[in-house]
Design a protein around this ligand. Structure first.
Ligand code: BGP
Length: 473
């Protein structure tokens, strides 16, 4: 391994446990393609694209994506070559149940069976997520997560997945970043159905949490040997200063964006301040009497942490228009820290210590729950400019990004964090919702026209890291 010198000229070895989970994460809609093939029903992404193609970067749909549906064997072989011991995928609900409920699609059962078997044969453990932003269209037409009936259809779908694949899959996740469909679909207009309404957003959030608890209950009742968890984007909120007003503003952002999902998922309770805040806004969700017990009794075994960038907050400086409907940003302002380190290719701040702060918070305040970094990564727009004469992307910036985050993960481990692995977002460049193929994240570059896969420099570096159980930096 090359010795890379740090600024002080010293190097350190960062060695991880031999059974650390190394791999990548992806999702069905983003990689499969075959969006209207083999019996798959439409989901909200297929429908929204049909209605408003201009909402998608360069007008590109998810129809072909990275064509994993047809090329999974080759892709899994490449994962193996790059040393993966685990890979997270999601099941497309509308591929398995074209209308979200009722009749199952046998071609989908066959497809996911083949994918799971292929992964296992390659010694790559499948981590399977049930919901990654892709509501079946016919259920969205019934109100999506706003409708409690849809929660029940989701639980049936989850049970079916446990029955079909649970003999071989022992790491399950109920949702990926469940707050994102709330933000995108019901607050900030970047997912279908493009509603802007805090009260409805809260109902969607609440039903997602309830659905997770009910799926966990179903998994336990199925008496399978594995673990079930949830994947959350836990974005730490840092106050501009230690001024009490800034600290309080950051605290409120933390309650709304992190603890709203983290507390019920891990502790089985909601923060009292969140309940008070919702009550004040007349936005408490509709609940049933036994829900609280259900949520309290069915917390996660395992937590996935997605971390990309911090959230920096200052006290609200300008009063909102009294006629404007309530939004979380009425309680705080965002703050751009002078001198912050930036990923200028994506416009996101890079703050590596954030991952350590999350792990430390989990160790101290959440019973040191078993967890792993389920997404971390660096999106780069216009990555073609880094392709060398041999055709491989020279993404030293991504190697640096991963290594600098892993240093903090390593420190957290040394201090006793129960962190079990690291998955990069993502294996190969994929379609990313309304950003389509704008930002590239993969260890493997994908040429859209030819669908050719080319391993980037970071992919080779990661393979070496896995072989060595760590790196020197
Ligand atoms: C995460 C999602 C992924 C992926 C990633 C990159 O929040 O879980 O599905 O989309 O973000 O996002 P973007 O392409 O917007 O940079």
């Amino acid at each position: 391994m090359n010795q890379i010198e740090n600024m002080t000229g010293q190097t350190k070895k960062y060695i991880f446990p031999t059974d650390f989970w190394w791999g990548t994460a992806a999702s069905a809609t983003q990689m499969e393609g075959a969006a209207d093939e083999a019996g798959k029903g439409p989901n909200i992404w297929d429908y929204w694209y049909e209605q408003e193609p201009n909402r998608f970067f360069d007008g590109v749909s998810a129809n072909v994506a990275s064509n994993f549906y047809h090329r999974y064997e080759e892709d899994i072989a490449l994962m193996k070559e790059l040393g993966h011991n685990s890979f997270r995928l999601s099941i497309s609900w509308s591929r398995l149940f074209p209308t979200g409920e009722g009749k199952i699609n046998p071609l989908a059962v066959d497809f996911y069976n083949r994918v799971i078997d292929e992964l296992i044969q390659a010694d790559i453990e499948p981590f399977v997520n049930l919901y990654h932003f892709d509501m079946p269209l016919s259920l969205q037409q019934k109100g999506g997560w706003e409708n409690r009936e849809v929660v029940m259809h989701y639980v049936d779908y989850a049970k079916t997945c446990f029955e079909l694949f649970g003999d071989r899959v022992s790491k399950w996740f109920t949702h990926n970043e469940p707050i994102v469909p709330v933000e995108g679909g019901y607050l900030y207009d970047f997912h279908y159905p493009n509603v802007v309404d805090f009260k409805r957003a809260v109902q969607v959030a609440y039903h997602s949490i309830l659905s997770s608890a009910l799926a966990i209950q179903a998994y336990k009742e199925a008496d399978q040997a594995g673990k079930i968890g949830i994947i959350l984007n836990l974005t730490p909120s840092y106050p501009r200063s230690q001024n009490e007003a800034d600290v309080q503003a950051a605290h409120l952002a933390d309650i709304l964006f992190n603890r709203s999902f983290l507390d019920p998922s891990v502790l089985g309770t909601f923060p009292q301040e969140l309940i008070d805040l919702l009550e004040e806004q007349n936005a408490l969700p509709v609940m049933e009497e036994t829900d609280r017990q259900t949520i309290a009794a069915h917390t996660v075994d395992l937590l996935g942490i997605n971390y990309y960038q911090p959230r920096r907050i200052k006290v609200k400086e300008h009063l909102p228009n009294p006629a404007a409907p309530f939004m979380p940003e009425h309680l705080f302002d965002y703050y751009e820290m002078p001198g912050r380190k930036m990923n200028r290719h994506r416009g996101w701040e890079i703050y590596e210590k954030g991952v350590y702060d999350i792990l430390t918070n989990l160790r101290k305040n959440y019973g040191n729950i078993e967890c792993f970094i389920s997404e971390n990564g660096m999106g780069v727009e216009g990555e073609e400019q880094y392709r060398d004469a041999d055709g491989s992307i020279q993404d030293d910036y991504r190697i640096d990004f991963i290594a600098e985050h892993l240093k903090w993960v390593h420190l957290a481990l040394e201090e006793g964090s129960n962190v079990k692995g690291y998955h990069l977002w993502t294996f190969m460049d994929n379609w990313s919702w309304s950003n389509a193929y704008k930002n590239r994240y993969g260890f493997v570059g994908v040429d859209l026209a030819s669908q050719t896969r080319t391993v980037k420099k970071s992919g080779h570096w990661f393979k070496q890291l896995i072989e060595d159980d760590g790196f020197i930096k």
